[in-house]
Write a new protein. Sequence first.
Length: 187
Amino acid sequence: MSVRILALVGSLRAGSHNRQLAEAAVKLAPEGVEIAVHEGLAEIPFYNEDIDVEGTVPAAAQLREAAAGADALLLFTPEYNGTIPAVLKNAIDWLSRPFGAGAIGGKPVVVVGTAFGQYGGVWAQDETRKAVGIAGGKVVEELKLAIPGSVTRFAETHPADDAEVAEQLTEVLNRLHALVDGEQAAA
């Protein structure tokens, strides 16, 4: 049985190291795992219940549809001023609605990322896990990957070509695959 993972990247920058990390995940996905990096987070307006009406915000509807069709989510977050980027928080807000029936309800969610600081963005990752858990996602706390020094580490090397990062990311993907496979088998 195939496992579908939706990847969301919390950086909109074209050369984002977190986008590159998501690309590496696509490349390193184990057999039987399909990872789709969602495009279009920049087109989603800030969450406002007044505009959350069916047919009003197509970009948000596409995000919800993608999340609903996924078996798990993999969030890649940089750290902006010690916390989660607004674009990723906004995506989580849209996915949390309607209250109690959001598109990520009960789905396994893993948060990873890279940042320039010496801790690799752990504050942003922790805040992201908190927001996703409150939004209804099933945060997989034991799967973590925070890669420090992104600006220098990936200045000339794509994360997929960094042996240590590739090994660590592959381990996260394999464990997420096993977790989802186990849930699907139990269902």
